[in-house]
Structure formats: structure tokens, C-alpha cells
Design a protein around this ligand. Structure first.
Ligand code: UDP
Ligand code: MG
Length: 312
């Protein structure tokens, strides 16, 4: 008879000394409830500067289920997730935020879902009431834009809180790219996903580790990782300006032939030059962003560097 299934719970933590004990207590309750499965908890300390690692080590000393990896510096949540996928031994793997915005009790429904035959079960929300207005609005706009231009479909409001089977995790691990955008990668690899709707609860304690600046750069990463449309827009803009200038040249030639050559219009000329240079610089920036991505991929630097771990 096959032994019990093993679920690996990956928990990326960045300066989470306050949230960790609450998380550990809550996940413990679910682990005790779900007797039909075994669990391993993989904490990823993403270069925290507070007592996060000490707390994790304390848990690891008394609890054999606890594994940890501690990064040499802050590499970001994406790197944390990837490290977790690599370290996981489970038949099923799930990524959970430590702030309980991904409620552990949902694991019961998720496990039922994968047992029904789905390859993954994921949560999504249709409202972001718990997030500030600016973040909420930008998030909604981002999903609209992304679904218009990206090569993969993004379920609006999808979380990274997703229980996946081994096949799907392996497919994600096989994607070795350095600039990782997991939400997109989950859609990219496909597989059969069951969606469960939920309301995102408030963060238990502490502050979001994604300030607006980090979030904006994350959003741009998502677009450049899964869409070449901004480059096309640059091309169409170029064509449009060529056409405009051609019409203007024709107009000036005909006007000069008919009315002679009275010099006029310098201010407007200067405005046009500045405007067009602005547009050119902007799109040079867009192209530059893609080139930078290629540059960072080609260098082949590691996605994360481990300072210490207890599983190897
Ligand atoms: N996180 C991380 N590295 C970072 C930023 C965040 O490992 O550089 C972790 C964080 O500790 C948390 C999860 O990623 O467990 C989600 O972060 P947070 O709750 O701050 O994001 P939000 O819910 O506001 O999107
Ligand atoms: Mg959170």
C-alpha cells in the first residue's frame, strides 16, 4: 500500500518575525487536522534583517517537518519560491504567504481538488477590499492590460497560493529563466486548474513587503516577460510619425511652390522636434528594457544563493 501523500508547504519570509509565530501556530492546526497526509514546511529566509531566521531555526530544532534555506541577501519572493520548489520533496507543493493572507484552512479544499484529478488548485479573488485604493485600481488595470497583450491568459485576482502536483512543479522547475514571473509561468505551463474564489483577509501583523515602487516594477516585469507588444507599439508609432512627416513635407513643398518662401513657424518646429525626440527616447527605453532582460538572462547568474540550510 502506498504511504500517505506528502505536501510541501513553501513559505517565503522576509523580515517576518512578527507574523511567523502566528503562521506556525495556524498551519500546525491544519497539519493536525489533515491526518491523511504528511507535511513538510520549507521556510525560505529571504535575507531578513530581523529575527526571522532565529525563529525558523528554533522551529527546525524541535520539529522534524521544518526545513529551511536562508539566502545570502534579499533575492525577492520569486527567487524564494523557486528555491522552495527545488527543495521540495512533496507529491504536492504549495506556496503560502506567512501573513495568513493565504488562509491555511483552504488547504483541505485544495487537497480535495487535486484528489479529484486536477493538477493544481488555486485561489483567486474578485475584490481587493483589503488593499489600498491605488493598489486596487492599478491591479485591476494591470490584469486588463495583461490579458489584452500577453501570450498567456492571467486569471484576474489569482494568488500564488496554489497546490500543485509533482508534474506541474517539475514543469515550472524546467523553466530556468532568471527573470521569473511565477503568476505568468503557472499559466504558461498549463495543466488543469481548479479555481476557488475567496476574499483576501487582512495581513495579520506587519506591513506589506511590496511597496508601490516594487509592485510597479513587478508589473512591468510581468508584461515584458510575457508580451512583445510594447515593441510593436513602438514600431507603429514610428510608422505613424513617418506618415505625418511625409504629409507635412508634401504640404510645405506645395505651399512653397504656390506662395514662395516666407520663413515662419520656428516655435512649432522646435515643439515638434522636442516631442518626437521624447517619443524616440521613450521607446528606446522600452527596447532597452527588453535588451536588459536578454542581458541578465545571458549572464546566467544564479537565481538565489544559499547561506545556510538544514536539509542538505
Ligand atoms: N517576501 C519575500 N521576499 C521579498 C518580499 C516578500 O520572501 O522580498 C514574502 C513575504 O515575507 C510574504 C510574501 O512574500 O510571506 C508576500 O509578501 P507580502 O505579504 O508583503 O505581499 P502582499 O501580500 O502585500 O502582496
Ligand atoms: Mg501579504
Amino acid at each position: 500500500m502506498k504511504e500517505k501523500d506528502l505536501i510541501s508547504v513553501i513559505v517565503p519570509c522576509y523580515n517576518e518575525e512578527e507574523a511567523l509565530p502566528i503562521f506556525y501556530r495556524e498551519i500546525g492546526k491544519i497539519i493536525r487536522k489533515m491526518k491523511e497526509v504528511n507535511f513538510e514546511l520549507i521556510f525560505i529566509d529571504d535575507g531578513s534583517r530581523d529575527k526571522t531566521l532565529d525563529i525558523i531555526k528554533r522551529y527546525a530544532n524541535k520539529d522534524k517537518k521544518v526545513k529551511y534555506l536562508s539566502f545570502s541577501r534579499n533575492f525577492g519572493k520569486e527567487a524564494g519560491m523557486y528555491a522552495g520548489f527545488e527543495a521540495a520533496n512533496g507529491d504536492y507543493v504549495v506556496v503560502m504567504d506567512v501573513d495568513l493572507q493565504d488562509p491555511p484552512e483552504v488547504l483541505i479544499d485544495m487537497y480535495e481538488g487535486v484528489k479529484e484529478g486536477y493538477d493544481s488548485v488555486c485561489l483567486y479573488t474578485t475584490s481587493y477590499k483589503k488593499y489600498p485604493f491605488v493598489r486596487r485600481t492599478l491591479t485591476k488595470l494591470w490584469y486588463k492590460l495583461m490579458n489584452k497583450i500577453s501570450i498567456v491568459e492571467q486569471k484576474p485576482g489569482a494568488r500564488e497560493f496554489r497546490l500543485m502536483n509533482r508534474k506541474m512543479v517539475q514543469a515550472i522547475l524546467d523553466i530556468k529563466e532568471y527573470n521569473r514571473f511565477s503568476k505568468g509561468l503557472f499559466s504558461f505551463v498549463g495543466f488543469k486548474t481548479k479555481w476557488l474564489e475567496y476574499e483576501i483577509p487582512e495581513r495579520t501583523v506587519g506591513e506589506s513587503k511590496f511597496p508601490i515602487k516594487k509592485l510597479l516594477s513587478y508589473s512591468v516585469d510581468g508584461i515584458t516577460s510575457f508580451s512583445g507588444k510594447p515593441l510593436k507599439v513602438a514600431m507603429y508609432c514610428g510608422l505613424f510619425f513617418c506618415l505625418c512627416s511625409f504629409i507635412a513635407i508634401m504640404f510645405i513643398i506645395i505651399k512653397t511652390l504656390v506662395y514662395g518662401y516666407p520663413v515662419q513657424g520656428w516655435p512649432s518646429l522646435v515643439c515638434i522636434i522636442i516631442f518626437v525626440s521624447g517619443v524616440q527616447l521613450f521607446f528606446l527605453g522600452v527596447i532597452g528594457m527588453y535588451i536588459y532582460k536578454i542581458y541578465s538572462e545571458v549572464k546566467g547568474r544564479p537565481i538565489y544563493i544559499v547561506r545556510e540550510r538544514n536539509d542538505k
